[in-house]
Design a protein around this ligand. Sequence first.
Ligand code: FES
Length: 430
Amino acid sequence: MTYPHIRLHTYLHSRAYMRIVAAMHASLARSDRPTRPRRRWFDPAVFDFWARHFNRTWSAQRILARVIEQRSASARATTLLLRPNRHWPGARAGQHLDVTVEIAGVRHRRSYSLSAPPRADGCIEITVAEVEGGLVSTRLARGLRVGDVIELGAPYGGLLLPQVDTGHADTAIHAASPVGRAGGTGQRGPALAAATLPGSLAPHEATGLNPARANAPVLLLAAGSGITPLRALLLEALARGDTRPITLAYWAQTAAEHCFREELHELAAQHPNLHVELLATRDPLNPVGRIDADRLRSLAPDLAAHAVLACGPEGFIELARALCAQACSFQAEGFSPPTAAAGHAPTVRVQLARSGLELELPTDRPLLQALEDAGQQPAFGCRRGICNTCSCDRLAGASRDLQSGQTTDAPSTPIRLCVHSAAQGLVLDL
Ligand code: FES
């Protein structure tokens, strides 16, 4: 006896089954072929839009951080304790990061140094000095509240304290470098004499560990906001039990503008190997001059034995570099954007290859600034030649490196717009 409806049912199922199997075989057969791009079904911006309704630090890709605590660091500076979300890759003391805030609907980005070593719970600190008329510094120093969320960039660059030779150099170096940057001591030479440059190895990365230099006494020279990365390195060294002689000389305009003043005095009282000198250039009773040879002699009579780290405005760095020519190593970071020597400022034709625009740009300022003045919005981060965010290919023509003063014209070469000016008719990959 036959049951037509059962036969039909079985027939349909077997057809469906055979189709599934055929599809699987076809899929397996395709698996060793190059895959075709699939339609993008996940949009990070859409995810972020909905996710922030649940938690303002949730994001598909962006590094967002919640303000956990605010405290005064000086009369003009505020320290922000931040808890970044899971996209934060980790950092080490001495590094910098970009902070983005939105003010009146416009996103602004500025670069700050970590002012303390990253904490075990993942929180980080930055210290923001309020700049007169500074939109972003004022917002960060005064306009944020605990619980607010700001956007961060990945950490980059940075000074590195020579690691004490433990006999296990690699271990010591990597333990102190959570983001995997190698460390060691610097050597005096052209690469080291210049501030740390992106796109090339930092001096300490290029040289490897030299035990003699690793154990050298350390001289830290800070001016203004330059204290922040040096404080992070100092705290890390003391927490590690570093017993090398460490001298910190820190210039500010007035005593009230010295960040971490009490803390630095307390640290010096607790650690016999630490000597701190806080110097105020506009002190009403006892103003001190800028850094000079006499001051250096009193800070470090045996300068040739010292590893020197300096951070501050460019003018301070240039002076420190010249005065520390005899030091056994010298690392520096300046935080003023470089400027070309003042001159007649002729203009040159600059062609933007992607947009097809042609502009007449002055030769007396960084290309980044000249492009912005002309209404363009190139990507940027630190504006000091460190982060490489503004790098773009110079397809033709010549540009001048404002840090070295050299003019180069090799075609198809990446240049950093914030530290290069136009020299002769340029074609940029923008
Ligand atoms: S290298 Fe950082 S903005 Fe130019």
